[in-house]
Design a protein around this ligand. Structure first.
Ligand SMILES: Cc1ncc(COP(=O)(O)O)c(C=O)c1O
Length: 559
């Protein structure tokens, strides 16, 4: 490799392009922003209000680097120059044998990986049930058959993490012809587990392990961060560099190692799912994100981690708000002044909400062992504010969370976060806590019938996947691009659905994990689970009949 870590060959090529002052007789048509810059001369524009059509100087500056494949800027789909150099540096930085820049996010990487391993129609792949839609779309494009693996659910939070090694082993044994295993790690909440046993199982069976590490581009780059999927032995890994590192939105990478993936086929698949005119700004931002990490090493995260630490210390002084963290972490080092974790906190008891046994009482049931320190997952321990409600209130104080659900709010810190961000957030939580005092007192003194009902719903829904009747993996489910037409489907009373194939996705929410995929055969156990959840008042996404009295099924003989 002719470049050193401190080089950013692609970014430097763009600087060179900008400084060259060459006349453009090529795309893009904005001609380095000239199309707008020429309007700065009043003679070239209409008199009234037309200055509004000129972007800001900062945007125009970016346009000066928005180049395409010309001499010296290389070609993403056939890299031989600066893009090849930038990708080789990325492979070195992230510990891959080969890295590919993605300009369509991890979405493009998931599509390309599945289209590579599914090298013939009806290929079987073993796929974690709770995956991002890009994985489902990849299965559809590939015309694959998916055997869905049930994820393990962390008992204290009710959140799904990933399939256990036992589940993967059992599925690999049952489907030795499978073309690969795909898991997602970490989940949206930053929760994860040891991937190495799963990699070992896959490799013993000669199957590639594909990991959607969209939320873990920073993993393995600092002692306080969990291990990366590559270091655990994964064969193909997608990372959204734009999510947890410093690339522009849509900037992501696909990393490969080992002999189990057909790399020339992968290149062809990447060319299928990515533009032939990839954004050089996005690609250069990947080069810069890599350079920052490569040059600064673990120090890249010092300021961001200090900001998270400051926030967590402050949070421990606010007993109203609780932090989600793995059981081990709780057992090892209870944060000073903090209440016990989810499932065992006093405030939750006081609100009348049924709670699981204290986390420390169930070490063997630990649902996950690794937590991304940058994903701070909090909840209202008093049970007054839902995650959505807390998010709304935080936004009113100018703090915009990453996401929320019925209970939790995910606050995403990164290498770019500052102590001042942490302080602002703490102040907001303090205000919210004070402003909600009255509501809290009412909630504590008279747990209403409604609150009690909500509590039952809450527990039963979240325990959804811990039902002993749940099979650890599904039968193969056919995915295709052929839309289901109305005439091929029928509405059948839920009680009579067992044995039919579902024509719709049924997603109890939370936790938002599809209980049925379209095309999946409906088992008696699935009917029982849907009935139970329905009768307890759970909400569902995906069902045409939202009362869940009936399901849409595929008419026999049609599919
Ligand atoms: C688990 C997971 N995988 C893949 C993706 C897609 O990533 P991108 O937005 O980079 O295409 C997301 C997006 O949120 C995700 O959460």
């Amino acid at each position: 490799m002719k470049y050193k870590p401190y080089h950013a060959p692609l970014y430097e090529a763009l600087l060179h392009y900008q400084e060259s002052g060459n006349r453009s007789f090529h795309v893009p048509g904005h001609k380095n922003g000239q199309a707008y810059r020429s309007l700065m001369n009043p003679e070239n524009r209409k008199q009234h209000g037309s200055s509004d059509v000129i972007p800001t100087a900062a945007f125009l500056d970016m346009m000066q680097m928005d180049v395409t494949e010309i001499t010296g800027t290389d070609d993403l789909h056939h890299p031989e120059g600066v893009i090849l150099g930038a990708q080789q540096l990325a492979a070195d930085c992230f510990g891959a044998e080969e890295s590919f820049f993605l300009v369509g996010g991890s979405t493009a990487g998931n599509l390309a990986m599945l289209l590579t391993v599914c090298d013939e129609p009806q290929s079987i792949v073993l796929v974690q049930r709770n995956v991002h839609k890009s994985v489902i779309h990849g299965l559809m494009l590939a015309g694959a058959r998916a055997v869905f693996l049930e994820p393990h659910v962390d008992p204290s939070s009710g959140l799904a993490v990933m399939p256990s090694a036992e589940t993967v082993e059992a599925a690999v044994q049952a489907y030795p012809e499978a073309k690969g295993v795909l898991v997602t790690l970490p989940n949206y909440y930053g929760m994860g587990d040891d991937l190495k046993p799963i990699a070992d199982i896959c490799h013993a069976a000669g199957m590639p392990l594909l990991v959607d590490e969209a939320h873990g581009a920073h993993y393995g780059q600092h002692p306080e961060l969990p291990a990366s999927a590559l270091s655990c032995g994964a064969d193909g890994v997608v990372q959204s560099t734009h999510k947890m590192l410093s690339a522009f939105t849509m900037g992501a990478m696909l990393h490969i190692q080992g002999p189990l993936l057909n790399r020339s086929l992968l290149r062809q698949r990447l060319a299928m799912v990515q533009s032939s005119s990839p954004s050089y700004l996005v690609m250069a931002s990947l080069d810069l994100a890599r350079r920052l990490l490569h040059v600064q090493g673990a120090d890249t995260f010092t300021a961001g981690l200090a900001a998270v630490d400051a926030f967590k210390r402050g949070l421990a002084e606010l007993p109203r708000f609780q932090l989600l963290q793995p059981v081990q972490a709780l057992q090892q080092e209870p944060p000073a002044g903090a209440e016990p974790a989810a499932g065992g906190n006093k405030a939750a008891d006081a609100s009348g909400r049924p709670t699981a046994p204290p986390a420390a009482a169930m070490p063997s049931a630990a649902g996950y062992t690794a937590q991304d320190p940058f994903k701070v997952v909090i909840y209202d321990g008093a049970g007054v504010l839902s995650g959505y409600g807390l998010q709304q209130q935080l936004e009113a104080y100018g703090c915009v969370p990453e996401m929320s659900d019925e209970r939790y709010v995910v606050l995403l810190f990164s290498l770019g976060s500052t102590r001042s961000d942490a302080e602002h957030l703490l102040q907001a939580l303090e205000h919210i806590s004070q402003a909600n005092e009255n509501e809290l007192r009412q909630g504590l003194n008279e747990p209403s019938a409604q609150a009690a009902k909500k509590a039952v719903h809450y527990i039963s829904t979240w325990n959804n996947l811990q039902d002993a009747s749940v099979e650890p993996f599904s039968e193969p489910i056919v995915f295709s691009l052929q839309p289901l037409s109305e005439k091929d489907t029928a509405e059948v009373e839920l009680e009579d659905c067992a044995g039919y194939r579902s024509a719709e996705m049924i997603i109890p929410y939370p936790p938002g994990i599809p209980l049925l995929y379209a095309g999946e055969r409906i088992s008696p156990a699935a009917v029982k689970r849907i009935q139970l959840l329905r009768d307890e008042g759970s909400r569902f996404h995906g069902a045409a009949d939202d009362t869940l009295r009936s399901l849409k099924i595929i008419k026999e003989g049609q599919k």
